[in-house]
Design a protein around this ligand. Sequence first.
Ligand code: BGP
Length: 473
Amino acid sequence: MTATTPFPDGFLWGGATAANQLEGAYDEGGKGPSIQDVMPQGISGPPTAEPTPENLKLQGIDHYHRYAEDIALFAEMGFRTYRFSIAWSRIFPNGDDAEPNEEGLAFYDRLLDELEKHGIEPLVTISHYETPLALAQKYDGWVSRDLIGFFETYVRTIFARYGSRVKYWLTFNEINSVLHAPLMSGGILTPKDQLTKQDLYQAVHHELVASSLATKIARELVPQAMIGCMVIAVPFYPLTPDPQDALAAQRADHENLAFGDVHVRGEYPGYLLRQLRELGVELNITDEDRALLKEHTVDFVSFSYYMSSTQTADASKIPSEGNLILGAPNPTLEASEWGWQIDPVGLRIVMNQFWERWQKPLFIVENGLGAKDRLVEVDGVKTVEDDYRIAYLNDHLYQVGEAIQDGVEVLGYTTWGCIDLVSASTAQLSKRYGFIYVDRNDDGSGTLDRYKKKSFHWYADVIRTNGGNLTAK
Ligand code: BGP
């Protein structure tokens, strides 16, 4: 008998990836370069002039050639959904081409065939940190309003091609990250320290308008589609009970919530308008933009969750670099090997906050632990004994169950990097998230063979029991 669990029937259990971090085949099948092909160090170093061999993303984990084998492994775990992204430059190699690249379109047909074969529901990210490089070089990415038109052509093309097969779509991955990583998230080549606030927020505005436009087009072309925004969720705690620290935490929160507010409520919130005024930013917002934002809001809110953060009015306590989103270290929490503070309860808190604020179903589309794994042999079988990953996921999922009992509506949960892939922030392979170990190392060596980790079997049980095997910490 299956234990009763808070997870509803039909809960979409699965895993998530992004094209640029696993496909490889960076110049095959007519694909053009994306910004990732010139980011060998992720956001930890400057871009190169052209793709260079040390960039692990050029080969990724060779998923482009091994997708069928990988999807079969996901199916073995019982995945009900799989989140992947379409590489924009596989479909439009330069971003502004008049015609799409048929070979690129055909690749995702094959991938969808494979998912259908196994009864796995696709969840597609339209733009996941992979702006075509030519758009970055010619237009400085999303700083230019022209990008909206190129994005529209891309979106119309993929909705027309895959609309009958894909119900769940996400517009921009972690759209709020453009404030912190303008190249990775906004295709903006101007170095961050030279980029004006005016250009940065104008780029944000263009992405928000493009996201609403995608929703509008979906309503026309694929009325059964469910469109979600995708934001980084980071609850901010005040470092002390000092009201000034509480205010600093609220400010930091606002920076993230603003993106959900525009996507769900269709207009810029007052606190953001004030911030823009104070920064001296005057956005170019047309009447048409305003109407688009207002009329084409999202069906659900998806988000990534890795950590919480702590804010204080005392700037000297905040490190100037380290993570995508900065905060003071929280003395009550432990951290991953990459310094990301682990906070399962924060997930419950942020889910309640989002639900109370927006009353839209939530979809947790990224969560997981990046860790160094060691391949060992147990009873003649190669595996990884990743109890630390099982503990991380168990504790977070337990809190998802708590949030569901609090009344939060949740569509599903996809772990980040269900198969080992290249890290977005550091471009390493040694920062592993997967249930499946891929034999590839930071120096590029390795057979690319796949091995099931201990967590593979554990997650299969989570799905089989609909969360019935999760335990309180
Ligand atoms: C999110 C990105 C993903 C992913 C994940 C883990 O910010 O949407 O692409 O990579 O974080 O981050 P990292 O790979 O830097 O460990």
